[in-house]
Design a protein around this ligand. Structure first.
Ligand code: C2E
Ligand code: MG
Ligand code: MG
Ligand code: MG
Length: 280
């Protein structure tokens, strides 16, 4: 990754643009302009109940529409974090997604929403009141919203992160640990925080049935979830065998290209009240 090489240029971003290597600072300026111009948009990826194959939740995923192309989040979120733009951008994402899902729910569709948070956003001063305000403004019931945080947030920020997430949970929203599995330390936090869901890291799902250790670990995480009363979502399901194994292991929920790809809001609207649109 360009960031890790510390070259001061943004090669990943450049690769998606016109082979132009631009500076981190230029990228930050572009991002600020994009937010003002309304050039960010959201896609939604369905999460299904593996038992019934019904869509229970959609995860909002941000994209940047830039000069006729789509820039994926990993190419700009780092810069947005560094400049602090992630705070207003994150608020826009939350508001936009909550508004959409609130409307979808009006037509009697019991759909939930999952939104990713970045560390800087969670640790920003006014974040809890922002969430409270967005829920009030959009009318989305708090319990319908799941906030996803990476386990590093807990590992790197300890007590402060736990305190902030507890405040969020007190609003009635649900908390999920995203990309779970790499850091065992957060196991302790799971209890402390009374997390509602864990999302198993896609690298585990990729090796499911191919690597004995990974298969055992996945089974253990699912079991742990059951024992703690925490929902388990498997991410990155691409092959039918993975789906079969996860079902056999008693995994609650699944997400991945085999189930459904991230889609525009109009794509989700086509699912309202209907079947998931995939044969699982
Ligand atoms: P994530 O939260 O773990 O989101 C899942 C990512 O995996 C998405 O990539 C999704 O498109 C991708 N994915 C889903 N199923 C499959 C599959 O079967 N195979 C493969 N190869 N990939 C799959 P995306 O949209 O590029 O997002 C990447 C990451 O960027 C997200 O990972 C999340 O950490 C971050 N992100 C995305 N949207 C937001 C946002 O609105 N706010 C924040 N703070 N972070 C976001
Ligand atoms: Mg996520
Ligand atoms: Mg995430
Ligand atoms: Mg994930």
């Amino acid at each position: 990754r360009a960031k890790e090489r510390g070259a001061g240029t943004v090669e990943v971003y450049a690769a998606h643009m016109h082979e132009k290597v631009i500076s981190r600072l230029e990228l930050q300026i572009h991002l600020r302009e994009a937010l003002d111009a309304g050039d960010f948009y959201l896609e939604y990826q369905p999460i299904v109940d593996l038992g019934s194959s019904q869509v229970t939740t959609v995860e909002a995923l941000v994209r940047w529409g830039h000069e006729g192309r789509t820039v994926p989040p990993e190419d700009f979120l780092g810069a947005a974090e560094e400049s602090g733009l992630i705070v207003p951008l994150g608020e826009w994402i939350l508001r936009e997604a909550c508004q959409k899902v609130a409307v979808w729910r009006v037509s009697d569709w019991d759909i939930g929403l999952s939104v990713n948070l970045s560390a800087k956003q969670v640790l920003s001063e006014r974040f809890v009141s922002t969430v409270e305000g967005v829920l009030a403004d959009t009318g989305l019931p708090a319990e319908v919203l799941t906030l996803e945080v990476d386990e590093e947030l807990l590992l790197d920020n300890g007590e402060e992160a736990v305190a902030r997430l507890s405040e969020l949970r007190a609003l009635g929203v649900q908390l999920a640990i995203d990309d779970y599995g790499m850091g065992y330390a957060s196991l302790a936090h799971l209890r402390e925080l009374s997390v509602d869901a864990i999302k198993i890291d896609p690298s585990f799902i990729a090796d499911l049935g191919r690597d004995d250790t990974v298969t055992l670990l996945t089974h253990t995480i699912i079991q742990l979830g059951r024992d703690l009363g925490v929902q388990v979502v498997a991410e990155g399901i691409e092959r039918p065998e993975q789906l079969e194994q996860l079902r056999a292991m008693g995994c609650d929920h699944g997400q991945g290209f085999l189930v459904a790809r991230p889609m525009a809001a109009s794509g989700v609207e086509a699912l309202v009240g209907g079947e998931v649109g995939v044969d699982l």
